[in-house]
Design a binder for this molecule. Sequence first.
Ligand SMILES: [Zn+2]
Length: 147
Amino acid sequence: MKAASWEFSAKESAFAAELPVVASPPSISPDPSSWKCSMCELRDNLWLNLSTGVIGCGRKQWDGSGGNSHAMAHFEETGKLYPLCVKLGTITAEGGDVFSYHPSEDDLVSDAERRRRLRAPPHRPGHSASPHPSPRRRCSTPASGST
Ligand SMILES: [Zn+2]
């Protein structure tokens, strides 16, 4: 095992590898119309806490838009132990927008463990969305399996 996972992503969360999980792995309804903040009535800009499975709305923005900061409030109310949330609606088999509320990060992060935690839909072969729009081919890369 190589201990260099940080090489694959610039911003792998420091909390991803050993994130405590207090409940069974979070599972969310496949029906987006049923998603709602657990503390208010907001139904968009929702974040699912990866440890607790609690859904909270996003932070209020500087211009007054956005949510009621309930996802962050949940993080603080639970002792700041569970900093990672994934934005509902962005979850795919390949990834999702994961945010760390921990003061040392306080930003979107990478969570390589997320797929294991979430019951993400199975990978669909042939999908065209790629996080790397123009992969640069290197001579040293073996061209195995490319047809
Ligand atoms: Zn809310």
